[in-house]
Each structure stands twice: as structure tokens, then as C-alpha cells.
Design a protein around this ligand. Structure first.
Ligand code: ZN
Length: 449
């Protein structure tokens, strides 16, 4: 497809945008025109794409995930456990991760995400057993092949059981190695500017698997390199207790002491912040990735999303997992967040549009990309188009509401930076059956030990 060729996504069945009832025109990777009801595009030579069977959303943005965990889904040894024992059951299995297995795990996660309407995803990769030093390189290669926009993190763990942490020695690295490699992968892969397809952030795993020294040094390095910062925080009561015992304070105080309480940082979970802490987060510009499915499966708790937003904290969505979710489907995640938050706050405060907003514009703030996550003039041409032709949608009224309320889970078409990467529900150039065969074999080998 010629990038200079304008495409009119014409007459959508529904669209999550104002003033675009007759669709949008995209060119050179951007949205260049919104076409109002009764109007026609002013852009000359635009080729029409008939969207009369499609509901059009801004591409969904996934703000928290661990791709490699697709290799350990629904693992009996980890099932029915809360976070800490769940992690302790999984660390020895994850220690067996190989470059080949990671490549397959990443491919599966990214494919699942794309097919669910996700156009930009983060990944929090923090397991670096010996032999897996090129993990970020592997992830970048898969993202480029599949055409998804990514903010990959160079994660880390350096506080093992020997030093009072949770993970075994076999999955951690030392601080110097981590910092040197962080600098290297940023220099190698981090693109700047609004058209960036690959970006890198720095992401120590959590306060209970990383030393204070590494937390501080990572924040300083992110500042120096001007990249984003990510970690898990306030996910469980166990973490609060760990923090109070190890550092004599609550997780957010600890985060601030480490130089992390700023607009560079987005945090996964954020369940256990009190009202005063939410105000501090809002003032600092730190954002939260809400992971509704993971929080429910691990019974961690419920992120107070509406209180967060009222305190000025931006909230996006993350599928987390895949060993805690155990899925990588962002459209289903939007429905899960809608249900969980509506149950908590009631019908007047949470609508299907809130869930879609968290999955798009809210998530864009988490990844520091205001040019994404919205169908508006000048924004990136990242779009997800869903058909309502399955049994589950039969008899629907409002097409946009039907996506969330009837449980859409598979996009028919996905556009990233103006290019179709999913057509007729399939990813261009990907043999899914072959991928599943190889991924399943790798998962079985890893789980068997
Ligand atoms: Zn996580």
C-alpha cells in the first residue's frame, strides 16, 4: 500500500469519535480528516474503504504485560494461589526460558493482542536467566515482523532470596550488568518522535525483587536517557507488609525516596493507595495501568479507578499475565474493567465509553504517547475495526455499546500507522496454526523441566 495514498474509512456502523459519522481519512500514517454526517472528504483522491459493517475504535493500547508468560498459562502448580506463592511456584519454571521459547511466547502474545484490536503494546520483561541476554532484541524483531507498535521495557531483578527478596538466584542479574544493558538497548532501539514504532522503557520488577540502589540508579538513568519508567506497585497487602518491614514505609513513600514519583513513571496495578497517596500521584503526573482480569484471578483486590481519576491520576488498561490473566485479549480486558468498576462505583459513574476511554486515551497517557489513542485530527492512524456479525451481537441496539456489553473479542481489521496489519480477522503473513504447534511444544518442554 502506498503510504501517500489517502484512505477514507467510509460510513462506519459506529465510531468512537465526535464529528466523524461518515468516517475518517488517513494518509501517511495520520488521521488527516474527520468526515461529519452529511459531508464528504475534502481530501482529493481518497480511496474508500467500506466500513458500513464495522465499528471503528482508536487502536487499543496495552500498558502492562509479560509476553513470556504465555508459555505458563493455567499451570496447575501456580493455580489458586495469591501473588507471592504464585510467583514462588513460577520462578523455577521461568528460569528455564530459552531464546527460542521467548520468541514463540512473544509472537503468541503479540498476535493475540493484534487480533483483539490492540495497536500498541508494552511488555515488562524482567526474567534474564543465563543465555537470555538478548531478550529485548528478540522482542523487537517480532514486533517489527508483526507490525505492532511497542514500548518494550528492559526489566530487571537483582534482589534474590539470598538478599531477602522473593526470586531465586538463577533469574536475577547484578546491578552493573542491568544498567549497562539498559543503556545499550535504549541506544540501539529507542525511537523518538510521534511516528516511533519501537520505544524502550526501564522497568525494575517490583520493590520485593530489586534493591534500593538499583531502583535509584534506574530512575537516574531514565532521566539521563529521557525514557519512561515502569514497575509493579501497590498490588497486594503482602507487598505493603514487605515494604514496611524492609523499608519502614508504605510502597508509595518508598517509590518517592527512590526518585520515581514523577510523570516519567507508570505503575501496574495501584490497588492499595489511600486518598492522600492518590493526590500525590495525580500531582506528580504518575499514571496507573489497571489490570482487571489479573487482579481478579489472583484475588489481589480492585483498583479504585474513579477515585484515581477524581484525584487527577491518568488510568489505562493492561492485560498483565499471561500466567495471571491468562489471556492477552485487550478488548475482553476493557469489558472486564467495565464490569469490575461498574460493580464498585455504580451505573452513574461507569459506562462502556469509560472502559473504551481507559483502553485508548487513558492508556496513551501511560505510555507517554498523546498522539495515540484517539480518533482526532493529526493523531496516528492506529485503528481497530470490529464486525458485529457473530451470534453474540445478534439483536443489538447501540453498535458501540455492543462491543463492550456483548463481549467483542476479535477485531476484523486493524490498522497501525496507516497500514492494515489485520485483514478479515487474520494477521498478514502469520501462520497461526504453525505458531501454536511450536509454542505448545516449547511450553510443554519448559513446564516439564
Ligand atoms: Zn505484571
Amino acid at each position: 500500500m502506498d503510504q501517500g495514498q489517502a484512505i477514507w474509512i467510509k460510513d462506519p456502523l459506529g465510531i468512537f469519535a465526535d464529528g466523524a459519522a461518515r468516517g475518517v481519512v488517513v494518509r501517511n500514517g495520520r488521521i488527516v480528516e474527520l468526515v461529519q454526517a452529511g459531508g464528504r472528504p475534502a481530501t482529493t483522491g481518497a480511496v474508500a474503504f467500506d466500513a458500513s459493517q464495522h465499528v471503528v475504535l482508536p487502536g487499543l493500547i496495552n500498558t502492562h504485560h509479560h509476553f513470556y508468560q504465555t508459555l505458563t498459562r493455567a499451570l496447575p502448580a501456580a493455580m489458586d494461589r495469591e501473588l507471592f506463592p504464585w510467583l514462588q511456584a513460577l520462578y523455577p519454571v521461568w528460569a528455564r526460558l530459552t531464546p527460542e521459547a521467548l520468541q514463540l511466547g512473544v509472537s503468541v502474545a503479540m498476535a493475540e493482542l493484534l487480533l483483539s484490536g490492540c495497536t500498541t503494546t508494552t511488555d515488562h520483561h524482567y526474567v534474564f536467566p543465563a543465555g537470555l541476554e538478548d531478550a529485548v532484541d528478540i522482542e523487537v524483531a517480532v514486533a517489527k515482523r508483526l507490525g505492532v507498535r511497542v514500548l518494550l521495557t528492559r526489566g530487571s531483578m537483582n534482589r534474590s532470596q539470598r538478599d531477602g527478596g522473593l526470586p531465586p538466584d538463577s533469574v536475577v542479574q547484578d546491578e552493573d550488568t542491568i544498567l549497562a544493558d539498559s543503556e545499550l538497548v535504549v541506544a540501539k532501539y529507542h525511537q523518538r518522535g510521534e511516528d516511533a514504532m519501537v520505544q524502550i522503557a526501564l522497568a525494575p520488577c517490583s520493590p520485593f525483587s530489586v534493591t534500593t540502589s538499583l531502583m535509584r540508579a534506574t530512575a537516574a538513568l531514565a532521566d539521563k536517557l529521557d525514557v519512561r519508567l515502569h514497575t509493579h506497585l501497590a498490588e497486594t497487602e503482602d507487598e505493603n507488609k514487605f515494604c514496611e518491614r524492609a523499608h519502614g514505609c508504605r510502597p508509595l513513600d518508598y517509590l518517592e525516596q527512590c526518585g520515581w514519583l514523577n510523570a516519567r513513571t507508570w505503575l501496574a496495578h495501584g490497588i492499595f493507595f489511600d486518598a492522600a497517596e492518590m493526590k500525590r500521584l495525580g500531582k506528580a503526573g504518575t499514571t496507573i495501568s489497571h489490570c482487571a482480569c489479573s487482579n481478579q484471578i489472583l484475588a489481589s483486590g480492585c483498583c479504585p479507578v474513579c477515585d484515581m481519576e477524581e484525584a487527577g491520576v491518568g488510568v489505562g488498561l493492561g492485560v498483565d499475565g499471561s500466567a495471571s490473566n491468562d489471556a492477552s485479549n485487550l478488548m475482553q480486558e476493557a469489558r472486564a474493567a467495565f464490569l469490575l468498576q461498574r460493580a464498585r462505583y455504580g451505573v452513574a459513574k461507569v459506562s462502556h465509553k469509560d472502559a473504551l476511554r481507559w483502553a485508548t486515551k487513558g492508556s496513551a497517557a501511560c505510555v507517554g504517547r498523546p498522539e495515540l489513542g484517539e480518533i482526532a485530527l493529526g493523531k496516528a492512524a492506529d485503528l481497530a475495526l470490529f464486525k458485529l456479525d457473530e451470534l453474540r451481537f445478534s439483536g443489538h441496539g447501540d453498535p458501540l455499546a455492543a462491543l463492550v456489553l456483548c463481549g467483542a473479542h476479535r477485531a476484523d481489521r486493524v490498522m497501525v500507522a496507516g497500514k492494515w496489519v489485520v485483514s478479515d480477522g487474520a494477521i498478514e503473513g502469520l501462520d497461526v496454526a504453525d505458531l501454536m504447534r511450536r509454542h505448545s511444544a516449547a511450553a510443554r518442554a519448559m513446564q516439564a523441566g
